[in-house]
Ligand binder design. Sequence first.
Ligand SMILES: [Zn+2]
Length: 235
Amino acid sequence: MSGAHFAFTDRWGGVSAAPYEELNLGGAVGDAPEAVRANRELAAKSLGLDPGLVVWMNQVHGADVAVVDEPWGGTAVPEVDAIVTARRGLALAVLTADCVPVLLADPVAGVAAAAHAGRPGMLKGVVPAAVRAMAELGADPERIVARTGPAVCGRCYEVPETMRAEATAVEPAAHAETSWGTPALDVSAGVHAQLDRLGVHDRAQSPVCTLESGDHFSYRRDRATGRLAGYVWLD
Ligand SMILES: [Zn+2]
């Protein structure tokens, strides 16, 4: 049995200038394309990955999933919020700056997935969709290892009362309150509840809140900012 690898970046160690300093990995946030390219190479090499064997998504806050067995190459990167592979050695990457990066792997079946779960994606079920796509490739939820990365926490993610009511009608576990006593959502808690109901019990959650951490990009805090990445791959 080969191992699964999970990694989440912070904002340091790259070449981007303010306000994307330093390791911005997002290609659609206004940063210089050559800086993003250099950062993606630096990040991949620091993880021991071939930068040419990392698959990215065109994330749109949806619940569509693509199955991949190689990088997109010259073809247009599809608008999906989850990618799944049964190819060992191929790394899957998800970009975030407050949303929840979700990494999944069944090392026995050799199936991995990366998903982008903000509030809309969590409510649309992008993570259950990724788990179903993994199962179609032979993964067993009881064997899936799940890791969620740095994201805005439930004490910081303030939303209008009506939005919280709508969201918690779909996913009660996302109910939260800010540290200052107003309605909030805990998207990470919602994602973990979804995974738990699917039988994915080997889970861990990053303790980092992006909005509170100066070492991480936070869209809600800074608006113009970079993107962090989560990477998953199997030996
Ligand atoms: Zn927080």
